[in-house]
Design a protein. Structure first.
Lengths: 250, 333, 290
């Protein structure tokens, strides 16, 4: 049974600057995997490489066993690879509902339709609305995204990803910028994701990481330092030195 | 839509979205006005036809500019291609207007597809530049191929047959006006449908945040190419209408002036709102008809000044201003 | 001397002169478009203004040629600062359409103003006596003014390139073009830098327009007529590059002269086709950053 997502020797350099150095990562179906590391370690770059925003200098990316290294971003999404962005990347001038509807329509293959009115497909509206309900922001459906506070927009970001019903979901700091009132919802939603989804989450919030992850990869300066279970990582002296620092000695 | 608290508000939002495309009463206003104008201003039907044709042209630009966010200064390439197609057909023995419209649409669409496939891979200033280059190329070709196109003297000898065999083009431009009105109406229906469709919504997404569109699996390039081709076809139809109603094609159908003034008319009315052209074009062209004959230099000067003022202070055009006023009115308790 | 070689030399010579003019006018546009990302289609207005200032001073007030050219440079550079402060600055963050329309509006205004002030015809330009006629070079004679144009152009280009490499101002421009945010964070006042760069670019355009009045006639529609060519030089050269447009101008100048001479029935068609092909192969231009 092939893994949901694999990278083999993934490298990326900009001239003399290497931002990804032979990264090997394996995400099984149903994985709950966290990617941690100090700022600038290359975590978001890794996500950009995997999703196709950046072309790698070397290495391969396999999605459910198929080599997608040469595929453009949109096609990887069609195969079930979805990500959220570290900074909200939404359609700010459109309503919350419309934001999710756009994603749902792409998933259902209805987005190319030039005849039928967009609102006439109840299935789309209902699916989008359901995603909003799961995140507790159904009330905000008619509001424009730019009118929402940043934290609530983050929930919309997650709703859009859910609207795509991904097989592999990459969350880039989902709780970043979210006040504690709302971050509880995010944790609940992540915990209640279908078990078959392979989840990779980049986070700085260690409580979140240790609560959600079953495996952790530590990335430092573009290279994998170590990978293991949360207990192994917490106990690893190299990780403490590089990253956990004071927090771990408490 | 105003946000109201409570769980009932959101299903209402869903309902509103489901009905968003339904025709509203005020949308029929421009058509009523156009029909009235036919009866009230019988001596201005030549200008009237020109206005209708320019609305169609501006509409074609709005589809790619206001909806897909592609800034182009070369739409006149497709307008001119359509004009010369219809013109050449009529000058060489085939004066049937409706089939010529169809041919013009096809030629312009093909041109749009080919040029789009090539230039839509770029963005921003490069893309803008390339739209200019393509239009310049065509204009130069038409200029040099004077034997075919009539060059700077224009295409002579067009003979356009009656519309549907029943309505000949008359000296008072009655047929021209109603014909243009009918074509514009059909084009508008199609554009309206497109804009409210999932495809149209995805174009808005591309304009709002292209990165996001890629990230939800949208084939962005294909969508942009599709709308570019469709808009080219509409521009071609507008060009053919011009050729048929005036029975003449001059080189300026391919010129920068045409693309530039269409952009100006669009921004005066408001970009990306489907009805911007219906407001901006008549205002501009009626004003131009009144003032530019007297002193074209003054006209250029004041229009230049007006655009700068509009761009700095009223970027969203008259429709944008109207929306702002409506929102303010709604907020009053 | 055989006809083909003679034709080649002629094309090369006139093409080079044309290239100098194109470069002087377009280099400022390349830097401002690269520096501020501003879609400025009105750059030709400054070139035309330079031409008008020079020809009016010479024809109307008998000002000697060198003084008239210098006056054109200074007057237009100063005027451009005013326009930059008044108009361009308001739209730096704005969307592309706004910038395009603003520059189109500026073109309209300038065309109308020029027609109003000086009529619709091109301003005659007669070079001073010491630059007229022909000069002998070996077996051939070349027009003196065009020769002067080539030499003067080369001098200005050399001064420009040296200035950019050797002075702090030049270093700051290069830094800001390369990475504006980084430049700001090391203390470069990019707003002021931009105003000075804009003034220099506009002044150079005025210089090019004035000196090149022999090749590109100074008529009110100047900014529109030559817009596409200026944009071609800049985009083929690479936005923000200073050397790139030089080679693009060479290519364009010689190719255009050659095409007009050898294939007049096609005119500029091949130039456009060549531009299209080049930009598709390298969208960032010959020297632009990918």
């Amino acid at each position: 049974m092939s893994a949901a997502l694999e990278t083999h020797g993934l490298c990326k350099s900009f001239g003399a600057l290497t931002v990804a150095n032979a990264i090997d990562l394996r995400l099984e179906r149903g994985a709950r995997h966290a990617l941690i590391g100090p700022n600038g370690a290359g975590k978001t770059t890794f996500v950009n490489l995997v999703t196709g925003v950046l072309a790698p200098s070397a290495g391969r990316i396999l999605l459910e066993g198929a080599d997608v290294t040469a595929l453009p971003q949109a096609q990887r999404v069609k195969r079930g690879l979805t990500r959220t962005f570290q900074l909200n990347t939404l359609f700010r001038g459109l309503s919350v509902l419309e934001n999710v509807c756009l994603a749902v329509r792409e998933r259902l293959g209805l987005a190319g339709d030039m005849h039928r009115p967009a609102g006439s497909r109840r299935s789309v509206l209902d699916a989008a609305y359901a995603a909003l309900e799961r995140l507790g922001i159904a009330d905000e459906a008619p509001r424009l995204v730019r009118e929402l506070p940043y934290g609530r927009q983050r929930l919309v970001e997650l709703a859009v990803a859910l609207g795509l019903e991904p097989k592999v979901l990459l969350l880039d700091e989902p709780a970043a910028g979210v006040p504690s009132a709302e971050s509880g919802i995010i944790v609940e939603v992540i915990e209640s994701l279908p078990a078959e989804i392979a989840l990779l989450i980049i986070e700085h919030d260690m409580d979140l990481v240790f609560r959600l992850a079953r495996r952790i990869t530590v990335l430092v300066q573009g290279a994998v330092l170590v990978e293991g279970t949360p207990q192994e990582i917490a106990a690893d002296p190299r990780v403490r030195e590089v990253y956990l620092g004071e927090t771990a000695r408490r | 839509m105003r946000a109201t608290a409570g769980r009932d508000a959101a299903p209402l939002a869903v309902e509103a979205m489901a009905r968003g495309h339904r025709l509203r009463a005020w949308e029929l206003a421009p058509w009523l006005i156009a029909v009235l104008a036919y009866f009230v201003f019988p001596s201005y039907l030549a200008l009237g036809s020109q206005i209708l044709i320019s609305i169609l042209f501006a509409l074609s630009i709005d589809l790619i500019l206001g909806y897909a966010g592609i800034v182009t200064l070369g739409q006149s390439a497709f307008f001119g291609a359509g004009a010369y197609t219809a013109g050449l057909l009529a000058a060489h023995g085939w004066g049937e207007p409706l089939t010529a419209l169809g041919a013009a649409a096809l030629v312009a669409a093909a041109l749009g597809f080919l040029s789009g496939a090539v230039i839509l891979r770029t963005k921003g200033l490069s893309l803008l530049m390339l739209t200019l280059v393509i239009a310049a190329m065509l204009q130069e070709a038409a200029n040099k191929a004077g034997g075919i196109t009539g060059g700077a003297d224009g295409l002579q000898g067009m003979e356009v047959w009656p519309v549907l065999g029943l309505f000949p083009f008359d000296l008072y431009d009655r047929t021209a006006y109603l014909y243009s009105l009918a074509v514009l109406f059909l084009a508008w229906l199609a554009a309206r449908r497109l804009v409210h469709s999932p495809f149209g919504r995805s174009l808005t997404g591309i304009r709002e945040n292209e990165a996001r569109m890629h990230a939800i699996g949208s084939p962005v390039f294909r969508r942009r190419l599709a709308i570019y081709t469709i808009a080219a076809a509409l521009a071609g139809i507008a060009g053919a209408l011009l050729a048929e109603t005036t029975q003449f094609v001059a080189l300026d159908v391919l010129g920068f002036e045409r693309s530039g003034s269409a952009l100006i008319m669009l921004i005066i009315g408001g970009v990306g709102r489907l009805y911007g052209p219906f407001i901006g074009v008549p205002l501009y062209m009626i004003a131009q008809d009144r003032f530019a004959q007297a002193d074209p230099v003054y006209w250029d000067f004041w229009i230049g000044l007006l655009i700068i003022i509009v761009v700095i202070f009223a970027r969203r055009g008259l429709l944008g201003l109207a929306e702002q006023l409506l929102q303010k009115a709604r907020r009053k308790p | 001397m055989n006809a083909a070689l003679s034709a080649a030399i002629s094309i090369g010579f006139h093409g080079l002169a044309y290239a100098m003019v194109l470069y002087l006018i377009s280099v400022g546009l390349s830097v401002t478009m690269g520096l501020m990302g501003f879609a400025n289609l009105a750059h030709g207005v400054f070139a035309a203004a330079g031409g008008f200032v020079m020809t009016r001073l010479m024809n109307g007030y008998d000002v000697p040629f060198p003084l008239a050219v210098a006056a054109a440079f200074v007057a237009v550079a100063a005027g451009s600062v005013v326009i930059e402060r008044l108009l361009y600055r308001r739209l730096y963050g704005a969307d592309e359409l706004s910038q395009v329309l603003m520059s189109v509006g500026l073109i309209f205004i300038s065309v109308a103003a020029a027609k109003y002030l000086w009529g619709p015809l091109a301003q005659p330009m007669t070079p001073p006596a010491y630059l007229s006629g022909q000069i002998e070079l070996g077996a051939r004679s070349f027009p003196a003014y065009r020769s002067f144009l080539i030499v003067a152009g080369a001098v200005v280009v050399t001064l420009l390139w040296l200035g950019l490499e050797r002075t702090r101002f030049g270093a700051r421009i290069r830094a800001a073009v390369d990475n504006r945010r980084m430049a700001q964070s090391v203390g470069i006042n990019t707003n002021r830098l931009f105003t000075w760069t804009f003034a220099l670019g506009s002044g150079l355009a005025a210089l090019g327009g004035a000196l090149g009045a022999d090749i590109l006639a100074i008529d009110p529609g100047y900014a529109l007529e030559h817009l596409v060519y200026f944009l071609i030089v800049v985009s083929v050269g690479g936005l923000g590059s200073i050397r790139g447009p030089f080679f693009a101008a060479l290519l364009l100048g010689i190719a255009d002269t050659g095409c007009k001479y050898l294939l007049p029935e096609f005119g500029a068609f091949f130039i456009y086709a060549l531009t299209l092909a080049l930009l598709l192969w390298r969208p960032q231009g010959l020297f632009g950053r990918a």
